[in-house]
Design a binder for this molecule. Sequence first.
Ligand code: F6P
Length: 537
Amino acid sequence: MSSAWDELKELAEQTLPHMRTMFEQDPKRAQTYQLDAAGWHLDYAKNRINQAVLGALVSLAKESNIESKRDAMFGGVAINSTEGRSVLHTALRNFSGEPVIVDGQDVMPEIEATLDKMNAFCDSMIKQTHLGYTGKKITDVVSIGIGGSFLGPKIMTEALKPYQHKVFNVHFVANVDGCHIQDVLADCDPETTFVLMSSKSFSTQETLQNTLTAKAWFLKSGAPQAAIATHFAAVSSNVSAAVEFGMSPDMVFPMNDWVGGRYSLWSAIGLPIALAIGFAHFKQLLEGAFAMDTHFKTAPLEHNMPVILALLGIWYRNFHNAQSHVLLPYYHYLRGFPAYVQQLDMESNGKRNAIDGSELTYSTGPIIFGSEGTNGQHSFHQLIHQSDTLLPVDFIFPLNVPNQDATHHAMLAANCFGQAQALMQGKTFDECYADLSEDMADREVIAAHKVMPGNKPSNTLLCDELTPFNLGSLVALYEHKVFVQGAIWGLNSFDQWGVELGKVLGNQVLEALQGDTHSELDSSTQDLVNRYRRAQS
Ligand code: F6P
């Protein structure tokens, strides 16, 4: 690794003062470690850093050629080397008026044409000019997809609930577990239901099966085959497969292979979001992402929000052995965000090989988890506060929410800020001891149990309100954070070979469950298959 890496190793060995002491010594610490970009304020003062650490981290970014790697991504270079693809989710929200060239061709006209097609379709659905085959208004949209073709649409739609028009309901189905699609369809009427299947590859087992089930449900109700064209649409980069499946060509919304699944909500995969909140709001989501892209492209590394978040993550992952990173949105509608970042981060950077195939000698992507605040405080925060495991946290809080109740919102804010403070400050043995009654027989023992070591790092991200614009910039912030980390680790953040073996073996096991015997099955798997088959007979 680079000389900055060695310097960081040394800095990590020279323990910094406790954060509580650093705050006491420097009353301006909050002002030193904060940033504003694209609608978001980042307070990163509650981290185990000083100017020397920050300087070395920024040097690491420079030595890793982050700026040229970033420009290569935005410029359409095929940086997804194992799949031979460009990585251009940023082109999908490029409002600069500048072309984006892939294989000698500007991709912008095609992107704009798809956006126009989405806009027209949303309009016809929301104005209810697109009717069911019996002339009835559409009341329900069932969006079928999994992974990136599910998480982005579902979680962003949920996060933007205050912007939903409610002309029709939008439901999401991902899992191949039949309970899910059955539950959703049970509440729908085939005459007034529209099914939108989203699959970049058009080969994902779960999505194909759920769509087949929806199609069978539709036809079983008495709907004629020809009505499929009015009630079913698909989003895919494999347009011919979608048409072969029975979709009307007019009802296939294309996407390009240079959009990774987990980066695809900005493409036609975002259609369910646009259907739920209207196309104008969907465009604001794209504009917010574009604003963060512009910041990422132009801000110096030391004032660059995605870069700073990435570097702090690397500081803990590689130099303090932190294995996880926690996301805590203090906003009910944003409750799905940890699951969104989980796929984004873990599918991108959960890898062990460098671009050239050699094995990396250091840790890469952390485990991402989290939940909405304050719920986590009454559950897993205990471990973050008192265990010896280091778990850096990102708190996310909109300063205003729709239909704000002053008391509820102040309590929510107090909990969010208070948790960050408690993690940083902790509570010493002496403080705990002083709190206890002098008569207590086991005063020392109880005090010891109550000690909170503190010095636990966190970032706090604030925005005025979670508008579509601010949500777009938040998602782009994490996308670029993940990109910077992957670039520093020298891996390919844009493939996902680790998910393939499970798919192949899953298919083999399915054949075994359905009757074919497979000698390749190990004895444990074969025994499970036998038990399953006995249970079905
Ligand atoms: O199995 C992983 C994955 O390929 C994800 O990367 C992707 O988001 C998801 O499956 C769904 O893929 P598709 O959109 O091709 O159905």
